[in-house]
Design a protein around this ligand. Structure first.
Ligand code: BG6
Length: 457
């Protein structure tokens, strides 16, 4: 947590991301660290007006659990500026105004990627305040080449240490707990390898459908929206080598180290799968066919469910498939990691059945852990049955966006995605995007509310 006051300027203050995720996340952070000193400034192209902005800030902070006096205090001091971030003169004046307060400054781009990129291009031509931090949202480029260009542009404005590429999955408590679970217990790290683990599944299934986000989602799809960012990073955190310490250099080096060894299974992009939902029922409500949602262009063939298997080519993981899957409008809302262990190497004779291999399930939301073990069957010494040891982990009081903001406000990029990692993420999946746009992988269909195309089971 930063002890120094920080100016947090949110560009795109009138947008959905600011209202739904950023401000409530800040609310949870302020509740956990009431001493945090944030000078909050909202800026947007449309003239929201200071009163409306202050009202939004107050409401969203309270939504994040911030005590109402604290929320009222911040809401009464926050300022709003109408701003065209692509106008160099306007940006120069805005930065000069922010710099006047004498605090460290964060520019948080809660804007569509193309607008963010143009705004960073504008900053390139300006004298930016020393220590300026830039926070940007995914997607970071549209492929390997454009990610490299974006990284060159960003580092021409400020050094890498001052760039915070936001991936809120890195702020999720269970994702971070992967490290504690593995390195803080005697019983996991020794079996965390291909000798003992047969396969790993990293899943983010959502019951939510398009929710009016066609403008963004129809151009992205499940692979880009979830797998290219969140799930590949979770895979790297699961698989990385042991850090010497939990600092940003060590951890981010090891994330990139794991990503560099990551490749599509058998280097074959056509083993990936994609599908799109058709009309169905979820929780008693009818979800329309994806292609009939407002703003969707069916010819884009955007997938709402994607699946890719990767392998990690090092001696710890060679031969272990990591299956990554994410989709919308699904009957299961399971988000988590499933680890399937290999069967025991040898079972003494006399047991009457096979022991089911151990399984571990780490739930991301809700935060849970379950371990399947073989035990003697009830009333029968030599028959196995499976017993599950399970626990609900206590929910983190700080939401993922709060965790991420904590790092940004204190200038610690530990939970931000480093530039070289973004390039690896594209390098791994670019062949899949190509195979899909060339029509080499069929676009299947599934009924909304189901578990995916029946043929996939
Ligand atoms: C976002 C995606 O990054 O993550 C959304 O753009 C998705 O489409 C969301 O719904 C999922 O996040 P969470 O925290 O609800 O798992």
């Amino acid at each position: 947590m930063s002890a120094e006051p920080v100016t947090l300027a949110i560009l795109g203050a009138s947008g959905d991301l600011t209202h739904r995720l950023l401000l409530p996340g800040l609310g949870t952070l302020l509740r956990a660290h009431p001493g945090l000193q944030v000078d909050l400034v909202g800026a947007a192209y449309d003239d929201l007006g200071e009163d409306a902005w202050r009202e939004r800030v107050g409401e969203a902070l309270v939504d994040g659990g911030c005590r109402s006096e604290q929320a009222r205090a911040l809401a009464s001091t926050t300022r709003f500026r109408q701003l065209d971030v692509t106008d160099a003169e306007a940006m120069r004046a805005f930065l000069a105004e922010l710099d006047g307060a004498g605090h460290a400054i964060v520019l948080y781009f809660a804007l569509p990627p193309a607008v963010t990129q143009r705004a960073i291009g504008v900053l390139q031509g300006l004298d930016v305040p020393p220590g300026l931090r830039l926070a940007i949202e995914k997607p970071f480029g549209t492929g390997l080449h454009s990610a490299q260009e974006l990284n060159d542009l960003l580092t021409s404005v400020v050094p890498e240490q001052q760039i915070f590429r936001v991936d809120h999955y890195l702020g999720k408590a269970t994702v971070l707990n992967l490290l504690g679970l593995r390195f803080g217990n005697r019983i996991f790290e020794p079996v965390w390898n291909a000798v003992n683990i047969e396969r790993v599944e990293i899943i983010a299934d959502e019951a939510l459908a398009l929710e009016g986000r066609a403008g963004y989602y129809d151009g992205a799809g499940a692979l880009k929206d979830m797998i290219q960012s969140h799930l590949l990073l979770v895979t790297a955190l699961f698989a990385l080598e042991e850090p010497a310490s939990m600092d940003e250099l060590e951890l981010r080096d090891l994330i990139v180290h794991a990503l560099r060894a990551m490749h599509l299974w058998e280097d074959d992009p056509t083993q990936s799968r994609r599908a799109r939902y058709t009309e169905g029922q979820i929780d008693g409500r009818t979800v329309p066919d994806y292609t009939s949602e407002e703003g969707v262009d069916p010819d884009r063939k955007t997938e709402t469910l994607a699946e890719v298997t990767v392998e990690i080519r090092n001696s710890r993981w060679a031969g272990v498939p990591f299956r990554l899957r994410s989709g919308k409008a699904l009957g299961s809302g399971f988000r988590g990691i499933v680890v399937k262990f290999r069967p025991v190497a040898h079972l003494p004779s006399g047991f009457r059945n096979e022991a089911a291999p151990n399984m571990m399930v780490i739930g991301i939301a809700p935060e849970t852990i379950a371990l399947g073990i073989a035990t003697n069957g009830e009333g029968s010494r030599w028959d196995f049955e499976q017993t599950t040891l399970s626990a609900n982990l206590s929910e983190s009081p700080v939401r993922p966006y709060g965790e991420i903001l904590d790092g940004i406000l204190s200038g610690d990029p530990l939970l931000s995605v480093r530039g070289d990692a973004t390039e690896e993420l594209w390098r791994i999946l670019d062949p899949v995007f190509e195979a899909w746009s060339d029509g080499r992988v069929p676009l299947d269909e599934y009924t909304a509310g189901s578990y995916g195309p029946t043929a996939w089971n």
